[in-house]
Design a binder for this molecule. Structure first.
Ligand code: PEP
Ligand code: MN
Length: 338
């Protein structure tokens, strides 16, 4: 249920209602909008009376939330959520650019990549220190040392660090270094991991599982939101289909669909979405045209030497040209690209 509070209602009345909701055995999420505050009361609603809440002081009306993802739903919060980390901003007309190598390989590599992507206009730096690889024999990442190199790259450039966390035990460690915690496609339905990042007060970039439906994707986001972390960014990174000409199939309609259903920002990953570097520039431009709130793109100082995902990785030069084109589209549509 959503409790729509009256305009200008006092903080103590809001807190009273939070207590009433909790007494009923439901969880209360306070969502402060520009117009008014709403309290999302979520949990098992059977046998809980809406009328009892409706008659309370400060409450204007109580509405059901029809979507299964309650806090993520636009019914709960119609205005877009803007997620920020340092100069990176995604949502509400902000198109955030995150770029960098698939994996952190050395301090020199990540610092050079950071300088190059910053020069081209990125405000976020990607780079995996913990790598979820399909084969156990592939490079697994530099782990904590990689996180230290990412922090050094942030120190040099001011870019916000976006990096993956693969297990609940590592959440605290990764959060000590990262500005945005990435949940990889393979972990989208790792519910303990989702709950663990939900307890952190840092933004989370949640990637869609390669075979997850939109509803499963939004319910995965709901696990994070349900723990009180309101800064969730959804990332469409392509899905598995019968098609083999690309590594995955990248559905750009996800942007428009998700914007209809949720207030959370939607970012596109054209690198994993296609698996082919030559397709990345046009898909990046198309994503901005479709209204994406950000891009996450793999860029390496020398893709031919990349330890992972070289075939889908852009050179710094191509990345710079791609962002320049994206900026023209963003300008034409009235979005702020940064
Ligand atoms: C990545 O971002 O390098 C990555 C492993 O992505 P995904 O989880 O989408 O496969
Ligand atoms: Mn990769």
């Amino acid at each position: 249920m959503i409790l729509v509070m009256k305009r200008g209602v006092s903080e103590s009345l809001i807190q009273n209602m939070v207590a009433r909701v909790e007494e009923m055995g439901l969880k209360a999420h306070i969502i402060t909008g520009t117009e008014r505050t709403v309290i999302a009361a979520v949990g098992e609603e059977r046998g809980k009376s809406k009328e009892k809440l409706e008659s309370c002081e400060g409450v204007e009306k109580v509405l059901p939330i029809l979507a299964p993802y309650k806090v993520a739903s636009k019914e709960t919060k119609p205005e877009p959520t803007v997620v920020r980390a340092l100069d990176l901003a995604m949502g509400g007309g902000n198109v955030g650019i995150i770029a960098g190598p698939c994996s952190v390989e050395s301090e020199e590599q990540i610092i050079l990549a950071a300088k190059q992507v910053k020069e081209a206009g990125a405000t976020g730096l990607r780079g995996g220190a913990f790598k979820p690889r399909t084969s156990p024999y592939s490079f697994q990442g530099l782990k904590e040392l990689g996180l230290q190199f990412l922090a050094a790259a942030r120190e040099e450039t001011g870019l916000a660090v976006v990096t993956e966390v693969m297990t609940p035990e590592h959440v605290e460690m990764v959060a000590n270094y990262a500005d945005v915690l990435q949940i990889g496609a393979r972990n989208m339905q790792n519910y303990h991991l989702l709950q663990a990042v939900g307890e952190v007060r840092k933004p989370v970039l949640l990637k869609r599982g390669a075979s997850a439906s939109m509803e499963e994707f939004l319910l995965a986001a709901e696990y994070i939101l349900d723990q009180g972390n309101q800064e969730v960014v959804l990332c469409e990174r392509g899905i598995r289909t019968f098609e083999t000409h690309t590594r995955f199939t990248l559905p750009l309609a996800s942007v428009a669909y998700l914007h209809e259903r949720t207030h959370l920002p939607v970012v596109i990953d054209p690198s994993h979405g296609t698996g082919i570097a030559s397709l990345v520039p046009s898909m990046s431009v198309a994503a901005v045209a479709a209204g994406a709130d950000g891009l996450i793109i793999e860029v390496h100082p020398d893709p031919s030497k990349a330890m992972s995902d070289g075939a889908q990785t852009l050179t710094p030069e191509v990345f710079a040209a791609t962002i320049a084109q994206c900026r023209r589209v963003a300008d034409a549509l009235g979005y702020e690209l940064h």
